[in-house]
Ligand binder design. Structure first.
Ligand SMILES: Nc1ncnc2c1ncn2[C@@H]1O[C@H](COP(=O)(O)OP(=O)(O)OP(=O)(O)O)[C@@H](O)[C@H]1O
Ligand SMILES: [Mg+2]
Length: 334
């Protein structure tokens, strides 16, 4: 493993690390000095709009493409100097499924098992296990080209697992899948993670990945704009937190008045940036933009209670990853 590490992700060994990773295609700078680290066991969402450099990065990490400059390591092996070792450590699912005429699902896996030099005696059992894992046992003898897109994706995923790699790199696996197939994919990724795999998965749609990732990296025009565990990224990118407050509905002289009273109290408190009372919403509530820590939050709630405000709900709003993504990439696009 290379020495040193990026500032985040220091607690667990990085299975992927890049330093100053750069790739040019002629005059096009596709990747510009990329420094990222993916800790072992993570589901790392690699997010960026079209042309951001996601596929280029993944192709370098799988040794299909050489960097123009900089370095990258997978499981401690250099993608430039230890290419065979990198290939043993990683399984790659490209963003499109090739054409495989007149091939059955099991034959397809057999073909790639041979390419990976897996002993013939081991193949039948391995193929059955992998088909079961991706829930395609019933399609074992079905023509590959007749499978649905979701099934092809799962078969492709089974293929990436043939040599039991520690790291799976999946380029846009969710694109073109219906909502149900997406849920199935998400469940499958969780299962793979439970098996100890690290997964790097790309998408240009943040919400597609939001719920399944432990870490995210946001890339645009070859520049890594943010990278780290989801909670840290949220904290770093969010200037403040938003709290929702509701009060007892049948209070005298009414919830709206109680909210106004609470708002008047909250407005003068430390760390309160703004207060919005929304009496017409259902249920009536107020929103507090707040930049204090947890101790300050509990102090604020304490003061509401001490003033006799009948608070029934006081909670931080779930942060919207999509909103963060838009904020981070704002001004860079266009
Ligand atoms: N073989 C190539 N020759 C020339 N330019 C290329 C080549 N491959 C990629 N590029 C350019 O490199 C940049 C990054 O492309 P890349 O395919 O890595 O982006 P991406 O993030 O995967 O995009 P998408 O979401 O569309 O898949 C783009 O400007 C693209 O036009
Ligand atoms: Mg791509």
């Amino acid at each position: 493993m290379s020495s040193g590490s990026t500032a985040s992700d220091t607690s667990v060994a990085a299975i992927v690390e890049t330093r100053g990773l750069t790739r040019r295609y002629g005059a096009t700078l596709a990747l510009n000095q990329l420094n990222l680290a993916i800790p072992q066991g993570a589901i790392y969402g690699f997010i960026g709009p079209n042309g951001a450099g996601k596929t280029t990065t993944m192709r370098i990490l799988t040794t299909l493409l050489l960097p123009s400059d900089g370095e990258a390591w997978v499981a401690g092996y250099s993608v430039v100097r230890d290419r065979a070792a990198v290939r043993r450590a990683v399984g790659f699912m490209p963003d499109f499924f090739g054409v495989y005429d007149n091939m059955k699902a099991a034959e397809y896996l057999e073909f790639f098992a041979a390419a990976y030099d897996i002993a013939p005696a081991r193949r039948p059992r391995l193929i059955d296990d992998l088909l079961a894992l991706v829930d395609l046992s019933h399609k074992k003898e079905a023509e590959v080209m007749g499978l649905s897109r979701g099934m092809k994706q799962r078969l492709s995923l089974a293929r990436t697992m043939l040599h039991d790699p520690a790291l799976l790199i999946l380029d846009e696996p969710a694109s073109g899948l219906d909502p149900r197939a997406r849920v199935e994919l998400r469940e499958l990724l969780k299962e793979l993670r439970a098996m100890g795999k690290t997964i790097m998965i790309s998408s240009h749609i943040l919400t597609e990945l939001a719920e399944m990732c432990t870490h995210i990296g946001i890339i645009e025009r070859g520049n890594l704009l943010a990278s780290g565990d989801v909670a840290t990224i949220m904290r770093e990118l969010q200037p403040h937190r938003v709290f929702e407050v509701q009060v007892l509905a049948d209070t005298e002289p009414g919830a709206a008045a109680a909210l106004e009273q609470a708002a008047a109290l909250v407005r003068g408190q430390p760390h309160v940036l703004a207060v919005r009372v929304l009496p017409e919403d259902e249920p009536p509530h107020m929103q507090i933009d707040f930049d204090g820590d947890d101790r300050a939050v509990s102090g604020l709630l304490g003061r509401l209670m001490a003033a006799g405000i009948p608070v029934t709900h006081f909670a931080g709003q779930a942060s919207d990853l999509e909103e963060i993504f838009l904020r981070v990439t704002e001004g860079v696009t266009g």
